[in-house]
Design a binder for this molecule. Structure first.
Ligand SMILES: Cc1cc2nc3c(=O)[nH]c(=O)nc-3n(C[C@H](O)[C@H](O)[C@H](O)COP(=O)(O)OP(=O)(O)OC[C@H]3O[C@@H](n4cnc5c(N)ncnc54)[C@H](O)[C@@H]3O)c2cc1C
Length: 466
C-alpha cells in the first residue's frame, strides 16, 4: 500500500513529453543492436537520480518501473533530507512536494510505562536552506522521475524487469528481460535500482551471502488528524514538522520506532529485525498498536483515524552487507546495494539512494564516453561513493547497526536511563536526595549492566559516533 491514494496528476511538461511508454509500444529500437545506452531498473529515488544524470549527459536512457507510476508501490517512514539535491537540481525548493519542514527533532527512549525525550527545536530549519522535510513517496518519486523525463529519459511504467540479458560470448550483462509482450530491452549498461530485494543484483552474483539479520521490517500506519490539531499537539507553527525517533518500543525485538508529522496526518511505526520478529511469533501490527498506546505517544496520536497501513523491508546491515557494486555491464545503487543508513538516531535512505544513484549515473556516463562498459570501466563508481557522503558515512558509522540493535541498547539502557531520571526527579523527603553516582550505580545494577559493560559500550559509542 502506498502513502497516498491514487496517482498525483501529471503536470503539463510531463504530459507533453510523452511521460509514459504505453504497454503496447515496443521497447526495441535500432541503435547499434541496443535499445538504449542505459536501462535503469526502478524509478525510486536511486533510479530517477541515475536516469537524470545520464539523460542530461545526452545518453539514451530507459527508466523501467514496475508500478503503475513512480512511487505507487513505495513506502517509507516519511522524512527526507533534500540538500543532497543541491547539486543535481539546484531549484528543488521551488517545486519539490513537501508536507512539512522538520523543525523539531526528538529522540525518545522508553520502557513499557516510562519515556525520556531529548527534544531539539529550531526555527532555522523552517526556512532555506532547510534540513529535513516530510514528503509522500508517490508525490516525491513521481516528481523526481519527472525531472529525469524532462531531461530526456524515457519512463516505462507498469513494466517489471524479470531478469538479466547476457552477451553469449563475453557473459557481460547487456540488458534486461521484461514482462512486456516484446520482452527484452537491450542496453549497453544496466543500473539496478530495484530496491531492497534486488533480484537483479542477486542474479548478477553481486551478493555473496544473504543474512536475514541484516534486514528489518518497517511497519507504518498513517493516521489522519486536522493540521491545526497536529500543530497544537506538537507545538508547531503552520508548515513546521516534527520527527521523533524512539528506542525501547519494540517489545524486546531489536529495532526502533518513529512518529512523523505530515500536513494533516501522522506517520507512526516500528522497524524490527527479521529473525527475532519471526522467533517472537508476534504480529508486527501489534507492536504499532502498543506504541500508539504508550503514555508518551498516546496523547499525540489520540483520535487519529487510520487511513493507511504498509510494511516494507529495510537493508539495515550497512557496510557489512553491501554487495559488489559493479560487474561487466551492471551497476547497483540505492537499497539494491544496501546503502540505506540505519544507525539508531538516523534512518536515512532516500538521500543515500539519490547520492548513490547520481554517482552510478556519472560513472556509467564516463564509461560510455570511454567506449567500454566492463567492470573496470565502471570502477569509478566506488571512487565516487567513497569521496562523497554515501560510503564516507557508512564507513564512519559501520559499528552503529550492531551497537544500536544490541540487547543492552534495546532493553537495558532505556530502562536504566528512565529509572535514573525517575530517581533524580523523585522527591522522597524526609530522606535527602541521593547523589548521582549512587543513582547510576544502583540503576545499572537494577538493569543488569555491569560497570565494565557500561564503560565498554560508552567507548564503542564514542568510536562509532565520535
Ligand atoms: C518503514 C520504513 C521507513 C523508512 N523511513 C525512511 C525515512 O524516514 N527517511 C529516509 O530517507 N528513508 C527511509 N526509509 C528508507 C528508504 O525508503 C529507502 O532507503 C529508499 O526508498 C531507497 O530508494 P531506492 O530508490 O533505492 O529504492 P526504492 O525506493 O525501493 O525504489 C525501488 C523502485 O524499483 C521498482 N522496482 C523494483 N523491482 C523492479 C523490477 N524488477 N522492475 C521494475 N521496477 C522495479 C519499485 O517499484 C520501486 O519504485 C524507510 C524505509 C522503510 C521501509
Amino acid at each position: 500500500m502506498s502513502d497516498i491514494k491514487g496517482p498525483p496528476p501529471l503536470n503539463e511538461s510531463q504530459r507533453s513529453l510523452g511521460y509514459v511508454v504505453p504497454n503496447t509500444r515496443s521497447l526495441q529500437s535500432e541503435h547499434d543492436g541496443a535499445s538504449c545506452d542505459v536501462a535503469v531498473v526502478g524509478a525510486g529515488p536511486a533510479g530517477s537520480a541515475a536516469a537524470l544524470v545520464l539523460a542530461r549527459d545526452g545518453w539514451s536512457v530507459c527508466l523501467l518501473e514496475r508500478g503503475s507510476y513512480p512511487g505507487s508501490k513505495n513506502m517509507y517512514g516519511g522524512v527526507i533530507y533534500p540538500r543532497v539535491l543541491d547539486g543535481l537540481l539546484p531549484n528543488w525548493r521551488e517545486d519539490m512536494p513537501v508536507q512539512r519542514w522538520v523543525t523539531r527533532r526528538a529522540t525518545m527512549v522508553m520502557t513499557e510505562t516510562q519515556s525520556l525525550t531529548l527534544d531539539y527545536r529550531t526555527s532555522a530549519w523552517g526556512s532555506p536552506p532547510y534540513n529535513g522535510a516530510t514528503s509522500f513517496r508517490p508525490e516525491l518519486d513521481r516528481w523526481l522521475a519527472g525531472k529525469a523525463v524532462e531531461a530526456g529519459a524515457v519512463l516505462v511504467e507498469a513494466t517489471t524487469a524479470t531478469g538479466l540479458l547476457r552477451d553469449p560470448s563475453s557473459g557481460a550483462i547487456c540488458g534486461v528481460r521484461t514482462d512486456r509482450p516484446d520482452g527484452d530491452l537491450r542496453a549497453r549498461i544496466v543500473i539496478a535500482c530495484d530496491g531492497v530485494n534486488s533480484f537483479l543484483a542477486k542474479e548478477a552474483g553481486l551478493y555473496k551471502n544473504l543474512d536475514p539479520s541484516n534486514y528489518t521490517l518497517g511497519i507504518k500506519e498513517v493516521l489522519s488528524l486536522p493540521s491545526k490539531t497536529i500543530e497544537d499537539r506538537f507545538g508547531l507553527s503552520p508548515g513546521q514538522g516534527a520527527d521523533f525517533e524512539i528506542l525501547g518500543c519494540t517489545g524486546g525485538i531489536p529495532g526502533g520506532g518513529f512518529l512523523y508529522t505530515n500536513l494533516d496526518s501522522l506517520a507512526v511505526g516500528v522497524v524490527v529485525r527479521l529473525p527475532e520478529l519471526a522467533a517472537s511469533a508476534r504480529r508486527p501490527e501489534e507492536l504499532v498498536t502498543e506504541l500508539k498506546a504508550h503514555p508518551g505517544i498516546a496523547p499525540l496520536v489520540r483520535d487519529g483515524e487510520l487511513i493507511e497501513y504498509s510494511a516494507h523491508l529495510i537493508p539495515e546491515g550497512g557496510l557489512d552487507m553491501m554487495p559488489e557494486l559493479v560487474c561487466d555491464g551492471l551497476l547497483v545503487a540505492g537499497d539494491a546495494a544496501a546503502m540505506c543508513l540505519a544507525a539508531g538516531i538516523w534512518l536515512e535512505g532516500v538521500n543515500f539512494a539519490i547520492g548513490s544513484g547520481a554517482a552510478a549515473g556519472e560513472a556509467a556516463s564516463q564509461a560510455l564516453a570511454s567506449g567500454s562498459s566492463n567492470a573496470r570501466a565502471l570502477a569509478g563508481y566506488r571512487d565516487r561513493l567513497e569521496s562523497n557522503f554515501v560510503l564516507a558515512d557508512h564507513r564512519k558509522l559501520r559499528r552503529a547497526p550492531h551497537l544500536v540493535l544490541s540487547k543492552r541498547m534495546q532493553l537495558s539502557y532505556p530502562q536504566l536511563m528512565c529509572n535514573l531520571m525517575e530517581g533524580v526527579f523523585t522527591v522522597e523527603n524526609p530522606s535527602p536526595k541521593p547523589g548521582l553516582t549512587k543513582l547510576v550505580l544502583r540503576e545499572a545494577k537494577r538493569s543488569g549492566v555491569s560497570l565494565t559493560e557500561l564503560l565498554s559500550d560508552a567507548w564503542t559509542a564514542f568510536r562509532t559516533f565520535g
